[in-house]
Ligand binder design. Structure first.
Ligand code: NAG
Ligand code: NAG
Ligand code: NAG
Ligand code: NAG
Ligand code: NAG
Ligand code: NAG
Ligand code: NAG
Ligand code: NAG
Ligand code: NAG
Length: 469
């Protein structure tokens, strides 16, 4: 009986490979869209655009998009950007649109800040992220959209961030820096097959969005560029990020959900997020990161097959008293790190408040965080796990983690509770407990022991077969 059960298990594992999550949770890596091929297409040149890298094409983009609005109920339309260097200020997308770049097309953000309009702060932040008050609108912006595809044959969107980084360093910014792409309150978004370079601030920022699929993009910014995060899903759900190469100055991928009292009252979480097959460097940030803005809550995140190098942190959760909210049901598995200063960090004193009206008694909840199958080479510090006095972070479950440190240094743990198995270097006392059978404690492991759980996890829908063994 045992033998045949094992055979069955093997079969089920094999049959599940290729669509590991589909059977468990619909995290929407499948692109559900009607507008795969738009019946109507125009080139931005038909609206007077000049791809010489000098002429400013903001009006051409806006006029083309205004014209294409009339095709919304006819299957939508495509705006094509041919080979060339297309200098532009910020422009605003429409629904049922494919923005498609030729492989030799480069959309270049203007270096004149007046080409990046000033807009209201996000309601879940209460102010600009880096300066009080309003903020610059992203280069490619959208609001209340549905069915939008931004794609190309690896064409480029270049933010010319260097001027913004200089203004940041010499403190002459008047408003918070813009993103390369920001979509607000939008549903059914695909961003694929493109390269994004030199974002003034975070590169891709879906906020208050649902069903967002980011696939096969390259994001590049110099290691010393300030706050140039790669992808920041923010108060968004059903997001899939896969097959990306991201090398930036700050976080590679960071999940957020609003800031202190503004995020708490806005109350929109980030949830149902899949991240897989990512290669990245977050020079002074982390590979996979959460927060520090997490006041609307972050849950149900699965990250797999993540390969990180030359970064300050590998995996990092950032929060603070005043944030409220929660980070829970996080499953991270299959991570390699090379030349990373600190492999895993949970930080509870991040600080950075929007103003002095936050409630210091609004304590974040952190629980059910599973991290497994991690290897690290050339790591300086294994990690710090830091909860809050009176607000212990719990359900931290670690297994199959091998970190090679140049000098052996202990993990540092405070106000933390959890379980572990096969972790090297040896964990601190509060995380030494044996991994429990009970799946309500360690997320993603169902009722079985984690050593085999990445296989067993796939079997959840077939629970009834367990009676065989
Ligand atoms: C998240 O996914 C689960 C499982 O598919 C689904 O039941 C739930 O409604 C989703 N949540 C949101 C906010 O879409
Ligand atoms: C977005 O949609 C909401 C609700 O339909 C509407 O109230 C608001 O005016 C829209 N905003 C914009 C900028 O279109
Ligand atoms: C990624 O994009 C490149 C360039 O557009 C393309 O050649 C390649 O086939 C794409 N890969 C996937 C997996 O979509
Ligand atoms: C896309 O272009 C970037 C920048 O030139 C390059 O690094 C990357 O390898 C290209 N990606 C593909 C899939 O061709
Ligand atoms: C700040 O940087 C900008 C952009 O490089 C430059 O134009 C400006 O002169 C600098 N201002 C100061 C005060 O250094
Ligand atoms: C900030 O405002 C001052 C005064 O209006 C202006 O001279 C300067 O160009 C602005 N800087 C930026 C980066 O927008
Ligand atoms: C991205 O490129 C791949 C490979 O060429 C192609 O199959 C896919 O349809 C492209 N994605 C979009 C949204 O065009
Ligand atoms: C562990 O992670 C590595 C690297 O992502 C992957 O190749 C391997 O299959 C994983 N092993 C298990 C048991 O999940
Ligand atoms: C652990 O961290 C605390 C504060 O975060 C620090 O005071 C202490 O020295 C650290 N302990 C070790 C062993 O590094």
């Amino acid at each position: 009986m045992k033998r045949s059960a094992a055979f069955l298990v093997t079969l089920l594992i094999l049959s599940s490979i290729g669509a590991p999550w589909a059977a468990i949770q619909n995290f929407d890596c499948e692109t559900k869209r009607s507008g795969a091929s738009r019946p109507h297409s125009v080139s931005v040149t038909e609206f007077g655009a000049v791809g010489d890298g000098v002429a400013l094409n903001t009006k051409a983009f806006q006029n083309a998009l205004f014209y294409l609005k009339s095709f919304a109920d006819k299957g939508g339309a495509q705006l094509f950007v041919p080979a060339g260097r297309w200098l532009t200020g910020s422009f605003v997308l429409i629904s049922h649109l494919t923005l498609s770049l030729d492989k030799d097309a480069v959309i270049i953000g203007s270096s004149d800040p007046s080409d990046w309009p000033i807009i209201d702060p996000l309601p879940s932040y209460g102010r600009g992220r880096e300066l009080p008050g309003r903020r610059h609108q992203s280069l490619i912006y959208g609001y209340n959209l549905t069915d939008v595809i931004i794609t190309g044959e690896n064409g480029t969107i270049d933010g010319q961030g260097i001027v913004w980084w200089d203004w940041f360093h010499n403190k002459t910014l008047n408003y918070t820096r813009p993103h390369l792409v920001e979509l607000m309150y939008s549903t059914g978004v695909v961003i694929s097959n493109l390269t994004f370079t030199n974002s003034p601030f975070w590169a891709i920022h879906p906020v208050y969005c649902s069903y967002v699929h980011i696939k096969n993009v390259t994001i590049l910014a110099p290691p010393d560029s300030p706050n140039t995060d790669g992808i920041d899903p923010d108060s968004s759900d059903n997001v899939c990020i896969e097959d990306c190469y991201i090398r930036t100055g700050d976080d590679v991928i960071v999940i957020k959900s609003g800031w202190d009292e503004y995020g708490i009252s806005f109350g929109r979480p980030s949830t149902n997020i899949t991240i897989r097959r990512i290669v990245g460097q977050g020079h002074s940030g982390a590979g996979i990161s959460f927060g520090s803005e997490m006041s609307g809550g972050i849950s149900d995140v699965r990250a797999e097959d993540i390969h990180l190098f030359n970064s300050l942190h590998g995996i990092r959760l950032k929060t603070s008293p005043g944030r409220g909210g929660y980070i829970r049901n996080i499953y991270i598995s299959g991570v390699t790190m090379k030349h990373v200063k600190m492999a895993i960090r949970i930080q509870s004193n991040y600080g950075e408040h929007p103003d002095d009206k936050y409630d210091p008694k609004a304590l974040p909840i952190v629980n059910r965080i599973t991290i497994k199958n991690v290897t690290g080479e050339d790591i300086k510090l294994a990690g710090i796990f830091e909860g809050i006095n009176g607000d212990e972070f719990s359900g931290i479950c670690l297994s199959n983690i091998v970190l090679n440190l140049a000098k052996p240094k202990p993990w540092n743990c405070s106000y933390i509770k959890g379980y572990s198995d096969m972790v090297s270097p040896e964990l601190c006392e509060p995380l030494k407990g044996e991994l429990p059978e009970d799946s309500s404690v360690c997320y993603g492991d169902d009722n079985l022991r984690p050593q085999s759980s990445s296989a067993i996890r796939l079997l959840t829908p077939f629970k009834k077969f367990r009676s065989f063994s």
